[in-house]
Design a binder for this molecule. Sequence first.
Ligand SMILES: [Zn+2]
Ligand SMILES: [Zn+2]
Length: 367
Amino acid sequence: MQTVHNRKATKKQKKPASDRLYNHIDKKILKQHMENSDEARTTFSFYRYRSLENTQAIRDDLYRKFSALGMLGRIYIAREGINAQFSLANKNIKAFQTLTDSLPFLRGVQLKPALVEANYSFYKLVIKVRSKIVADGLLDSQIDFSKKGSYLSPLEFHAKALEKHMVIVDVRNYYESEVGHFKNSITSDTSSFSQQISLLSQRLQGKEQQEILLYCTGGIRCEKASAYLANNGFQKVYQLEGGIIEYCHTVKQKNLPSLFIGKNFVFDNRLGERVTKKPIANCHQCGACCDTHRNCQNNDCHLLFIQCDSCYGYMQGCCSGHCKSITCLPLAEQRNLRRGKKKTNRLISHTQAYVQRKVEKLGKADG
Ligand SMILES: [Zn+2]
Ligand SMILES: [Zn+2]
């Protein structure tokens, strides 16, 4: 009784909903609301590197303005700029552009529409202040950002990627390149961008005089990777402007065969956008041709891994027998087991080596 009473007392002290600058509605309700809505939405992304002061005040101001437009998504603000992935009702896109044009640090920002639309890309709006918009593990003094590679438009990148002896480098993580990448590109077994950066010059050792083509999802990581390489003795560094997203839009428009194959991994509920028909990855459990990412159903694991429908059914969406046995326990018992442990995020990035250790192999599943 005491606990219930205390909880009520805390509730009373809470600010009214309109003053709370964060989502306070349960995700299940938001999901239901989205499923019942027939409002057409578009998923977008943008980023801008710009020196910002008072990031917390900017964050609060943007939360008020963006939520008034019904924006859903994930936005990071740091002293180095802003990075945003979000969805908007189509009827509010114009108002959003008017709003960004009224803000000096967002004026003229280009919105990149997603390759494949799905209303469920986001259910809530989260805006966070972070130390960096892309965690790179570097000190500001380590890189001179005025010295970086040259931009290539999607068509220029396409032409260059077809030339011989071109070094094409994917600066994304393993779990992203595993389901989709440019043909003949160098991918790596990394689970974070800071890991990628720390290995980059080592991996490209001896190629300092060669032409290097960098790419990532939307261009934001290439800005840093290209500056890092240019600062470390690489002479001919190029970066794909607008990233895979812009490239795929362009080749589709121009009816060119895509040199990017598979799926474009995205960091929202969709987890991926199909670019070419045939999956280039395999189920981590039975090896069948598959590129469906799932999060392990055990709330204490949540590992992101590739699982075909057949293994999903057999393993009840779990990565191992251990996780499956936990999900079979009553919910109260599962909660007990998790008590005191750090909450795991739904999307857990991983390296290939980690996933091989963790995921239980099942042998080829039938049909
Ligand atoms: Zn399988
Ligand atoms: Zn698991």
